[in-house]
Write a protein that binds this ligand. Sequence first.
Ligand code: ATP
Length: 331
Amino acid sequence: MKVKDKVLKILNENKETYLSGEELANRIGVSRTAVWKAIKALNDEGYAISAINKLGYRMSKGDDVISVTGIGQYLPTNLADTVKIEVYKTITSTNTVLKQKASDDASEWLILIAEEQTEGRGRMNRKFYSPSDTGIYMSVLLRPDCHVTQALFITTMTAVAVAETLDEIFDADTKIKWVNDIYYDNKKICGILTEAAVNVETSKLDYAVVGIGINVKEPKDNFPDEIKDIAGSMTGLELQKDINDNLRNRIVAKIVEKMYDYYKELNNHQFMGKYKEKSMLIGKDVYILTDENKENLHVTDIDDEAGLVVRHDDGRVEHLKSGEVSVRIKE
Ligand code: ATP
């Protein structure tokens, strides 16, 4: 552990209490100058550690800054050497920047996280609103040894990882809306966008970049009018359950831990059982967004290729492919 990690850990365990530079230095076994440097680096990462002459350093409760050090404290130790995290205050789009790094040969499990995106994207270049300080915008670089037809399962395994993480941390019951969205309380709180590069000779993936955008709390300026009826967040639950401290760092670490585990199942799709259990659409009547007649389709299942199995009113059964359609629940 670096000095910075150790200082953060001790201050975290002693929130609202002043600890002198000397005490921190003694507990860690380094010089007071090293402690001072670590505090400066943490403040540069966005932490608000107050320093008062003669009293020492103190961290307040309720601190929820996304930082490499903060996430590192919650990641299982076996992932510490595998996962490499970069945190940005603002970025165009974590997917766009990570794709560039992937083309430049970056290693698997490089993860970019931003407090804000200025050009966040959804499917088909739709916008993903990504305001500062209230969400998590992260992209994960994977280099799976799999055929391009399997790429969709990267999205579905990520959906399970995110939904389960939010359920565990907030004690909530989130739902997965086929194929790439997470809903809570009938509002979309997370979108997932997987973008991949394919080796044309082998038809295997060269890399996949999985982008995850989560509205953890309500944006400071509320959601813009065009999405205010669709978008939601987990806001309120963090206060109710007193879990605001390091909330987003914990969410990120848990998502990464779960993705790492489900990634081992990428070829046998075992996580699809959980995906189906959390499905928001199975058993519901839906329509295809682009269908002017809004024909009634009854969702009966999700098939082995992650297609949506629907029954038409005339009894015909069809398997919808996610790349082709967007569906909406019938009111
Ligand atoms: P589908 O996935 O069914 O095709 P979708 O509308 O959810 O449909 P995506 O590409 O997954 O499409 O996401 C982009 C859409 O998400 C935007 O068009 C907008 O309606 C909505 N959206 C944009 N920003 C946010 C946000 N921060 N939170 C929730 N929803 C958002």
